[in-house]
Design a protein around this ligand. Structure first.
Ligand SMILES: Cc1cc2nc3c(=O)[nH]c(=O)nc-3n(C[C@H](O)[C@H](O)[C@H](O)COP(=O)(O)O)c2cc1C
Length: 298
């Protein structure tokens, strides 16, 4: 193809003008599995199937004891109902922060699908056996690299790193590369999930799952007990869906005092909430009226 036929790439100085209009898909409560782990699995599989680059890359945010945050990208290496597993150097900055403050957040962004998943929770080291089993599955070069790299420690130059790599290659020349004592896995056990689907005009669909109050506490238990609560957070219009123990769902609109409605099934949640949203926008603004800059409660 002739180069002149292609649109010019955006210039870095035009950053304020860079924006995408998200039109791919809407998200309704009935599209979502009541179990957030199953919902994550479905979206993750879709990201893999659609060829998202590094679909298991996630931003991991940690913080010091006094709340100073730091974030970096790591790779998800497994997930199940216990949580989300990643591997790293326990003496790295993230390792040190997790030792003093075990709360963390992870974010997946699949640009091609216009989707984001945010998960917050509590982090623990995985068992030594689990770390060892994963370490053994890594290519030899990565295993040697784990020994050579004292993550997050400044070094005088790359040559030092390469020298260390040569030294560990020499040390383990004749045999297996054992797992370093300072290296292993962590598992983030979720306390909440948010599934985000980009929509036109920045009215994105966001559904938040929070751990219910029922006995057992964990989200999987919540499903059985019918107390998982899913919150819809389209930016100007949040609502919460509560599963009733007797069956059916109550939709509550926290910014509209006293406004709630009841539906029989999850399929009805989206349309019922949409109907109330449309009614609200209609009554709030006249046609052609300038819509003021929104202010959000703290
Ligand atoms: C795509 C990608 C994947 C990465 N995966 C990992 C990983 O799984 N584990 C890890 O320790 N660092 C990984 N890193 C490097 C981290 O981003 C980071 O530089 C390193 O862990 C040191 O972070 P810290 O000093 O905040 O502890 C990855 C980086 C990128 C860009």
């Amino acid at each position: 193809m002739n180069d002149s036929s292609q649109a010019a790439p955006p210039r870095a100085e035009d950053v304020a003008e860079m924006r995408e209009e998200y039109r791919r898909a809407g998200l309704e409560a009935h599209d979502l599995d009541p179990d957030p782990f199953a919902q994550f699995a479905a979206w993750f599989q879709e990201a893999v199937a659609r060829g998202a680059p590094e679909p298991n890359a996630m931003t991991l945010a940690t913080a010091t004891r006094d709340g100073t945050p730091s974030a970096r990208v790591v790779l998800l290496k497994g997930f199940d109902e216990r949580g989300f597993t990643f591997y790293t150097n326990y003496e790295s900055r993230k390792g040190r922060e997790l030792a003093e403050n075990p709360r963390a957040a992870i974010v997946f962004y699949w640009a091609g699908l216009e989707r984001q998943v945010r998960i917050g929770g509590v982090v623990e080291r995985v068992s030594r056996e689990e770390s060892e089993a994963y370490f053994r599955s890594r290519p030899r070069g990565s295993r040697l690299g784990a020994w050579a790299s004292r993550q997050s420690e400044p070094i005088a130059g790359r040559a030092i790193l390469e020298e260390r790599l040569r030294a560990v290659e020499e040390e383990f020349r004749d045999g297996e590369v054992p797992i370093p004592p300072f290296w292993g896995g962590y598992r983030l056990s979720p306390t909440g999930f948010e599934f985000w689907q980009g929509r036109p005009n920045r009215l994105h669909d966001r559904f938040r799952y929070t751990r219910g109050m029922g006995a057992g506490g964990r989200s999987r238990g919540c499903r059985r007990e019918g107390v998982v609560s899913v919150e819809h957070l389209a930016r100007e219009y949040p609502f919460t869906v509560h599963a009733e123990p007797e069956g059916g769902y109550v939709i509550v609109f926290p910014d509209l005092p006293g406004c709630m409605t009841q539906v029989e099934s999850l399929e009805e949640v989206g349309p019922a909430a949409e109907e109330i949203r449309a009614l609200w926008i209609e009554t709030e603004y006249e046609a052609g009226e300038e819509i003021p800059l929104p202010s959000y409660p703290e």
